[in-house]
Design a protein around this ligand. Structure first.
Ligand code: PMV
Length: 363
């Protein structure tokens, strides 16, 4: 049996603007995981996941018109897992490796006991873990950067606008500064030239991942609103149809970049007090984006979560698209966290216990 696991993530700053190629965000990986167990099988492939209910998703291979391998799924929609299997099977085929069937069992700590997602990047984590499992199964010997690129190519065939920040955090671990590639060019490369060529497409050029140091002067606290949000719907509502040059969206993107640059500087200098100011600025920026676009990024629950945190001398903001999910709090070492936690509890805001997750190994 092959077992792989990928961590969840949180956005610290730069969400929304990061969907524009080359625009930066700061993210962390957290010590909650999605686990994939792969076992070889003979006749067909099966995917067992709580998301699919009792019956596994069953798939087989078929010849396709554009690529030599297509994955045919019985009765289930095309999703992140099927997309990752399809991409990796195409790569296997391009490398002329022999095909085998396998079963995947997926388990996740990224949702609660009734299956409600926390907003910790479960789609990215499942993609990263499936890519890693198939890399090992077919003995492809991929580098971490190649696995990241494959996971992102797989993600954008399901969600074309996704920045891939969550895929990067889940692949590289720790604190990172991330900027996205040009996914339109990547999708074209993938469709026209196949997986191997798409791995070195010019579309990657605006993209970077830089590791950042852990700030020793700050503590992380995460609150969960209990309401899962739909990222795709929110992102679609914020970006104007005319693209990034439309104001006030363009000034939002500029200000977001300033904010992320300032945060990166603070993290490199371990300047906790200034980092808190920057997080406050990032929260106001998202509030303003919500007001100008008419999209509820900061819901009443998120507002309460963040306001209570700010009243206790910390900095807080929604993580990611908002609309529910989690709020992050960065606190100075001496902040009265116990009283903050009691005030959250009194308002039904649940603390999710987690810390930053580093991953071993070369990139
Ligand atoms: O809501 P989340 O945690 O999935 O994050 C979404 C972040 C966005 O910047 C809004 C979209 C993206 O793909 O980066």
């Amino acid at each position: 049996m092959i077992v792989t696991r990928a961590p969840g993530k949180l956005f610290i700053a730069g969400e929304y603007a990061v969907v524009e190629p080359g625009e930066p965000a700061v993210l962390i990986a957290v010590d909650r995981f999605l686990t994939v167990r792969l076992t070889p099988s003979d006749d067909v492939g099966r995917v067992h996941s709580r998301e699919y209910g009792q019956a596994p998703v069953v798939w087989t291979r078929a010849e396709g018109p554009e690529h030599s391998v297509n994955i045919v799924v019985e009765h289930e929609p095309y999703d992140y897992v099927v997309s990752a299997i399809t991409l990796m099977e195409r790569l296997r085929d391009e490398r002329s490796l022999p095909a085998h069937y396998f079963d995947l069992h997926i388990e996740s700590d990224l949702d609660d006991s009734s299956g409600r997602k926390f907003g910790l990047g479960s789609s990215a984590a499942v993609t990263v873990a499936v890519v890693a499992a198939l890399d090992e199964f077919y003995e492809m010997g991929l580098s971490r950067t190649e696995r990241f690129r494959l996971a992102l190519l797989s993600t954008i065939t399901v969600a074309p606008n996704a920045s891939g920040g969550d895929v990067a955090a889940s692949t590289f671990g720790g604190w990172i500064r991330y900027s996205a590639p040009d996914r339109v060019t990547l999708r074209e490369s993938l469709e026209r030239h196949g997986v191997t060529k798409a791995l070195t497409s010019p579309g990657w050029s605006p993209h970077r991942v830089d590791r950042l140091p852990d700030p020793s002067s700050l503590e992380l606290l995460v609150g969960w609103t209990g309401s899962p949000a739909s990222t795709e719907r929110l992102v679609g509502g914020v970006r104007p149809p005319s693209g990034r040059t439309a104001s006030p969206y363009e000034s939002f993107v500029d200000e977001s970049r300033d904010c992320v640059d300032a945060l990166v500087e603070c993290l490199r200098a371990d300047d906790g007090p200034r980092a808190l100011e920057v997080i406050g600025r990032a929260r106001r920026l998202l509030q303003h984006l919500g007001e100008t676009s008419g999209i509820r990024i900061e819901t009443d629950e998120l507002r309460l979560l963040c306001d209570l945190a700010e009243q206790h001398g910390t900095a807080a903001k929604p993580s990611g698209a908002g609309g529910g999910d989690c709020g992050i709090v960065l606190a100075p070492a001496d902040a009265p966290l116990q009283t903050l936690l009691s005030s959250w509890e009194a308002r039904d805001i649940r603390r999710l216990d987690m810390s930053v997750q580093h991953l071993q190994g070369a990139t």
